[in-house]
Design a protein around this ligand. Sequence first.
Ligand code: BES
Ligand code: ZN
Length: 456
Amino acid sequence: MSLDAVLSRIDADLPAATDRLIDLLRIPSISTDPAYKAACDQAADWLVADLQSLGIQASKRPTPGHPMVVGHIDGPGPHVLFYGHYDVQPVDPLELWDRDPFDPRLEDTAKGRVIRGRGASDDKGQLMTFVEACRAWKAVNGTLPCRITFFFEGEEESGSPSLVPFMEQNAAELTSDIALICDTGLFQSQSPAIVTMLRGLLGEEITITGPGKDLHSGMYGGVAMNPIRVLSRIIAGLHDDNGRITVPGFYDGVPELSAELSEQWRGLGFDHAGFLGDVGLSVPAGEQDRTPLEMIWSRPTCEVNGIKGGYTGEGFKTVLPSKASAKISFRLVGQQDPHKIRESFRAWVAAQLPADCSVSFHGHGASAASTMATDHPAFEAARKALSDEWPASAAYVGCGGSIPIAGHFKQILGTDAMLIGFGKDDDQIHSPNEKYDLESFHKGIRSWARVLDAIS
Ligand code: BES
Ligand code: ZN
């Protein structure tokens, strides 16, 4: 029973593994859009069947939203739970894609071969790295090196509304010695990384209503209050001139970066200019006394993710709209309380309304930041195993994104979570032309084989 035999098997099976991933990527499992409900169900069925083909006891488990997939297989050694999500982000704007997002292909690019399609990197490709590692292990050894529970979610990209109740109701079944999550990236696209800090996320949609119906701006403009004008003023006031967020109490619970972490992060040698340069920028727009790495990993933010109002079609229309709305998100760190911030934000907005205007709020999920403890022995074992696979050694890093389940493992089940992923900064997750490097997929599968070997 040698690791080398498993790694060789992975190498030999890569074309077939790629075909399987492409098959899964064809299913348009967009969780946030009810029009794709059947596709989410189909993706869950696909995963159940694939796990079952490995001899894993797997089933689709209903929730009020999209189903979960849970699978179990026995083995010696520790009990490991693996988490990934099968849902994907919407594809719009579709016209910016070079191909159909759900007709995935292998493509040769200047930087190597990539698997192109929605969900290739976030998160179907990453989820399948672990499944493929298990497949190779099973093919070579007939069994797996430890007891494994598979846990796949279909609502991660839409705020995981069913996750906490499901984990609470199935706590015994989902409790393990360690949880592995594959939904993050490599550090600077080259070093393997174990993420120890994730930011939380709070989503708010606000709609300002002025006049009771759309009006001719020649007849009513200047007299009637325009809700776009009100909305713009509120949005413009969210940040001060130094990039700080002005909502009262917003910074409550934001810790100062410890000298130790600050030192460790400096040692990572992050390429700040390159990070901005890769997306056509040169000047950081956040809090002016912070480095870009600090802004992303350790500071909270507020971003407007979309604005709607008035006439946005071709040509021109002199309309004074009745309503204007915006989708606004906050990334949270430390002990910031998403519920308190939601209340404070709503009160702050309501206090700025002029006469005759009203506001309505729609909340979109609220998760606090989470910090992973790294004292479980699996962390050092995994770090060594990853360093054996990649040219650079593995680092402990932060992450600007949010993965709500990471904190739930500890809070609900008492299990530590270890976040390891192989995405690259240029994977264009959530954007047009998402891709996953074939290298990420291949070395990702090999990495999991090594990690399983090391922690078993
Ligand atoms: N895989 C991402 C998290 C991520 C983002 C990891 C960037 C590494 C780099 C995850 O699927 C995601 O996008 N999460 C959402 C959160 C959700 C509540 C909508 C996010 O961070 O916006
Ligand atoms: Zn993801």
